[in-house]
Design a protein. Sequence first.
Length: 187
Amino acid sequence: MSDEWPVWARQPVEIVDPDPRWQRLGRDLATRLTRRLSPWLAGRVEHVGSTAVPGLAAKPVIDLLAPVTSLVEDVRLEATLAELGYELVPPELDARPWRRLYVLPDGERRHAHLHLVARDHPRWRRTLVFRDRLREHPEMAAEYARVKREAAAAHEHDREAYTAAKTDFVERVLTWPPPAPHEGPHG
């Protein structure tokens, strides 16, 4: 990663113990963004990611998901986010064409991520389902904490590899519960 990138872009992946303040911080940021971004939203901004799951170890960054009507660039939207302190991660660097990612830095650290996603894109629903399943099933959340800590230890300086290392677990949660085995004609 280039030294020209902001310091927050070069931070190592760090998983910390849960902080009960994350719930309030996520709620406050989501409420503020819902108000300020209302002309572009197709619903309310949601607090997602590990900090949205009480008791779950996480990177100390609040993730927010905003359902937008379109990902078409809008200078007024970008100006509003810049006014709020959010910095766009260029789409060619983010390499996820289904979203626009903004970072809210706090000095040299990431404080929050804002994911703009079209409301009708499958990622919108998948993100909420994943969060809600972890909230409803503490055993899944505990397993996810273990997976995240192992991934962070193995890929401390590579966020993309860290994310990829969690993919199998995420897919298992999203496809849970597994389909019931098919019973034969004799029951």
